[in-house]
Design a protein around this ligand. Sequence first.
Ligand SMILES: Cc1cc2nc3c(=O)[nH]c(=O)nc-3n(C[C@H](O)[C@H](O)[C@H](O)COP(=O)(O)OP(=O)(O)OC[C@H]3O[C@@H](n4cnc5c(N)ncnc54)[C@H](O)[C@@H]3O)c2cc1C
Length: 500
Amino acid sequence: MASRHGSVLLVTKGKLSDCNSRLAQGGIAAAVGLGDSPEIHMRDTLKAGAGLCDEDAVRILVEEAPARIADLVQMGVDFDTVDGQIALTLEAAHSMPRILHAGGDATGARIEEALSRLVLTSDIHLEENALVGEIITGNGTAEGIKIAGKKPGESRSFNARFVILATGGAGQLYRLTTNPSVATGDGVALAYKAGAQVTDIEFFQFHPTALCIPGLAPFLISEAVRGEGGVLLNNRDERFMPSYAREAELAPRDVVARSIVAEMTKTGSDSVFLDIRHMPHQRIAARFPQIYRFCLDNGIDITKELIPVAPAAHYMIGGVKVDYHGETNIKNLFVAGEASATGVHGANRLASNSLMEVLVYSRRIVDYTLGIRGKEEETSQVKAETMRLPAAEPEAGTGKPTLEGLQNLMWYKAGILRSETGLAEARTILSGWQAAMMAPEGQGGFELGNLVLIARLLVEAAFTRKESRGAHYLEDHPHQSEEWRKHIVFEKEQTGGNCS
Ligand SMILES: Cc1cc2nc3c(=O)[nH]c(=O)nc-3n(C[C@H](O)[C@H](O)[C@H](O)COP(=O)(O)OP(=O)(O)OC[C@H]3O[C@@H](n4cnc5c(N)ncnc54)[C@H](O)[C@@H]3O)c2cc1C
């Protein structure tokens, strides 16, 4: 749509298809079913967000979602149907079946293919394998981007009226993740370095059920498998979720992930098992073709055998703070998708709201930049405290970071279960690592530098937040505290002191 009104340069650091979006399995949430409504969708989203959602941002999401589904259908996405009606499935913490899917569990791939077809047949200038290394700013306004060249220090600059970052998540922060290798949080780091505010970064969602086979990268086993009746068993064949949560397997993701960790610890095991054998074989193969095929290729026939699963880092809930039109505190710098913090997810993302957030807020960015839509007043009732990241201090003995070292540190000290001691340790090590890092060389060095920066922001916020809320669980403070019903916001050039 934007390319009909001006020239658009689309830059991606890998191939067009290297992204989180393509991997989405479960589907996309919209209140389009009989008996459902944006109000009910909103209630579920606010409940999952544990007191930190921006209600107006959520209202925008749920009310505009059905129209964005219609856009996708027009763009050629064929959602699955049953008897001529759109098929809807249930996922955790949704009070009714609300998740549209395409190609069974290939929703992301179907959407990505449809959008890529449009890009390739449009006037959009596409640059693949091009790494954005800097946002050019002047007088508090974004003016363009720099793309890293092949040799160190080389770069190409592009001026632009509007810069829109849609750089995805940062799952590569963690040892186990469902995210692809491109998910290194570059957009959040680039925007922060340019002076943009970053918020809610301590909330990182772990998916409870990633396939757990030694030597194999975690492969997501969609929540829809539990939505369709799959149950979790421990290594003694006992169903355990009902003893942890009233909603059992369909409790919010953070609850299921922590329950699995508790059960693995109790039984001394590296995984638990997902059992879907009650479903007719043909239905499994038709409803979950990707999962069925992937497991079969790796020696597990899920129609007859249990699926070994364990939690893995999945979704960056926080990101660059944006308004209802996707704009940051830097004029003409916009952020969409997982890299943004629109206020929709609060402290915990409701399953399948993220693809919809990408669509709703990207559309708003385009409408705003084309002058179709003016700015609306921001009315968030949740307080925010602005913090500054302490300067990185050299630390004796920490040396330089490696990706593996960082991923292990984050997994064990700032993962599903956090403690003040572990976070304090991580803080010191990360500060030392950042101080020891020279100007990054090559794509790997650049990405590692970004991950270390985001890790520092995440750990600092997690250490500061003395409560447990949503996806942030601090063993020393296991309950939610009204005092902490506020956002932590980081800003680089902030003149004030620490969070008060
Ligand atoms: C396995 C999996 C399953 C999921 N299932 C669902 C689901 O069922 N429903 C749902 O709603 N959500 C799901 N999610 C989450 C959802 O897919 C993502 O949040 C969403 O797709 C993010 O879209 P995005 O456009 O923000 O980022 P992405 O789709 O990840 O795209 C980011 C792009 O930016 C590029 N990029 C990054 N840094 C740079 C740089 N420095 N220079 C140039 N290019 C760069 C990347 O290469 C990539 O192409 C799932 C996620 C995963 C990983």
